[in-house]
Design a protein around this ligand. Structure first.
Ligand SMILES: [Zn+2]
Length: 399
């Protein structure tokens, strides 16, 4: 490693502050590389942030992730999206649901009028946004609102409704937001927001030595104050598989216990240690619906999903062996049935015409009938739609 005199100080063009390279080297080689890259790319580039390329953006995000003081300096310039009591602020009166963004100053003022505050402790770094001749961070901030006094004539939900209006949106359930957001970027940012918020609230002590963890400002990692081990937000891989018959004219869909009435979907489950995703899909199908499959093929589609815990859904299609009868796992499923392409197409059209599933069946029998598939924000919807439209090609990748 080259020796760098301690009195060499460079001017970092991102933080606008002088930087001593030697102290940085002693902390982390990775940090040094990032800093060097970030400084160099700013020095070499004559571009403005409006045409900052992807590589430059991800390196800036990587820098902010680990450099607490730089990110803290950026906080007053940032934009933020908001959750209050784990309900997300989204646009209202528009068919395409999106998170509502505010500048730091506007949000501070608007929340202050309701006696609410936010700071870096309950905020996580989500993205970097172009702004004039620079980039600014996008944070997600999650706050809790106190209950009104018992004798208050106004309920908490009334207050949140009013707050939503003042903030130019409405508060909604995170699951429904994930299911109804049309833009993949919006869904993925929300998944990151929910995952980092939950992880930062849970990871307080080192699993190895039980000392306190020091959380990064970005919430992208936490370091043990005693043994210095660094921990990162965790997520679990999940296989989700659309099962067809050998004619490819029928699909086997399932209804989970506790799911909304009349909604059928694909088979999904967590990967176990030591399994490939194809092995996971094969086992989950056997466990949940009691059949074996001849072929499992990746659909080259995946989706981060933050509930109940953080997971990455990875899509497959499988062709069932037809010599076995369906036998559902009663702990997880209410039913599993074969449906024709036309029946599934009808459910797809019903779902597209009622994306918030407002006309769900109420009677017990009707709840067991295929009316809906998951809304468009779910990867299951995209997979089923692809199959209905005949856009899945099988290419003999047998298990
Ligand atoms: Zn430790």
């Amino acid at each position: 490693m080259p020796t760098i005199p301690s009195n060499i100080v460079v001017y970092n063009l991102i933080t606008k502050r002088p930087v001593c390279f030697l102290s940085l080297l002693s902390k982390s080689i990775k940090f040094y590389v990032n800093l060097l890259n970030c400084s160099i790319f700013r020095l070499l580039s004559t571009s403005t942030s409006k045409n900052m390329n992807y590589v430059e953006k991800v390196r800036l995000l990587d820098y902010w992730k680990i450099q607490d003081s730089s990110l803290q300096n950026e906080f007053p310039r940032s934009h933020l999206v908001l959750m209050v009591d784990r309900r997300l602020l989204v646009t209202k009166d528009t068919p395409d649901v999106k998170m509502v963004e505010h500048s730091y100053g506007d949000l501070k003022q608007l929340l202050g009028e309701y006696g609410l505050q936010f700071d870096l402790s309950n905020s996580c770094l989500l993205d970097a946004l172009p702004a004039d001749n620079d980039m600014i961070p996008l944070f997600g901030t999650s706050i809790e609102a106190a209950d009104p006094p018992e004798d208050s004539p106004i309920s908490k939900s009334d207050v949140l409704k009013q707050l939503g209006n003042s903030l130019g949106g409405r508060f909604t359930d995170i699951r429904m937001a994930m299911l109804t957001m049309q833009e993949e970027r919006q869904r993925n940012l929300l998944a990151k927001f929910q995952t980092l918020t939950k992880w930062a609230a849970t990871y307080r002590r080192c699993p190895k030595c039980a000392a306190a963890l020091k959380m990064r400002t970005s919430k992208s990692g936490a370091e043990c104050v005693t043994c210095q081990k660094v921990y990162y937000p965790t997520f679990s891989p999940v296989s989700i598989t659309l099962i067809t018959d050998p004619t490819n004219e029928h699909a086997l869909l399932v209804r989970h216990r506790g799911s909304a009435g009349g909604v059928f979907t694909a088979v999904a489950g967590f990967a176990h240690s030591g399994e490939s995703m194809a092995e996971c899909a094969r086992r989950e199908i056997a466990e949940e619906v009691g059949i074996e499959v001849d072929l499992i093929q990746s659909l080259d589609m995946s989706q981060p999903w933050p509930m109940p815990d953080s997971s990455l859904m990875i899509a497959h299609v499988a062709i069932a062996k037809m010599d076995q009868k369906i036998s559902v796992c009663p702990d997880e499923l209410e039913t599993a049935q074969w449906f024709s392409r036309q029946q599934v197409r009808q459910a797809l059209e019903t779902t597209l015409s009622d994306p918030q599933l407002k006309k769900l069946p109420r009677t017990l029998d009707d709840r067991q009938t295929l009316h809906y598939i998951p809304p468009a924000g779910a990867i299951a919807h995209q997979m089923i739609r692809k199959w209905v439209d005949g856009k899945i090609d099988f290419h003999n990748s047998r298990i």
